[in-house]
Design a protein around this ligand. Structure first.
Ligand code: HEC
Length: 146
């Protein structure tokens, strides 16, 4: 009887041991697979979304006069979806707002700004007549969108 009890106990221990091992392997595998599956798609999705956005905004920015003259370094134009620096005000309403704010219409302001920062921007890099016309055209568009 004692032998039977001992072999019963050892078989239980071995059974548990094997079960534990097999279970550990299965659980270990099934743990890994979802992790790979989860990180895979999210890593895949994020870059493609960014990759889709980047060329669009670059294309919009690269074409326009505000970017090529460096205006977007200090100004955003939200009405035209143009991201820019926060040093200067958003130019969405500048077409109509400049005269009230600075005492001269946009065209005059861009020739000879009355404000300190813009004076040094324009005297450092004056706009040609053509460039000024393009800026005014863009800011007119922006003000009409609102
Ligand atoms: C170094 C930063 C900087 C750059 C570059 C810059 N601006 Fe400005 N701009 C300002 C700041 C700051 C103001 C606010 C008035 C001030 O303090 O001079 C301003 C004001 C203006 C205003 C008047 C709008 C308002 O609501 O007061 C217009 C229009 C404008 N900028 C157009 C431009 C254009 C066009 C360019 C590109 C040729 C440009 N700016 C480049 C900083 C900049």
């Amino acid at each position: 009887m004692k032998k039977a009890i001992i072999s019963f106990v050892t078989s239980i221990i071995i059974g548990f041991g094997l079960g534990y091992l097999v279970f550990g392997v299965i659980m270990g595998d099934s743990d890994k697979q979802p992790q790979v599956a989860q990180t895979g798609p999210t890593e895949d999705v994020a870059p493609t979304e960014e990759a889709k956005k980047e060329p669009e905004s670059v294309a919009v920015d690269a074409d326009n006069i505000l970017n090529s003259k460096g205006c977007l370094g200090c100004h955003a134009v939200e009405a035209l979806d143009l991201q820019g620096g926060a040093t200067g005000p958003d130019l969405s309403k500048a077409f109509e707002g400049v005269e009230d704010k600075h005492g001269k219409p946009l065209d005059e302001f861009l020739k000879e700004p009355t404000s300190a920062v813009m004076s040094s921007v324009i005297s450092g890099s004056p706009l040609t007549d053509e460039e000024r016309a393009k800026v005014i055209e863009m800011l007119k568009q922006a003000s009409e969108k609102q």
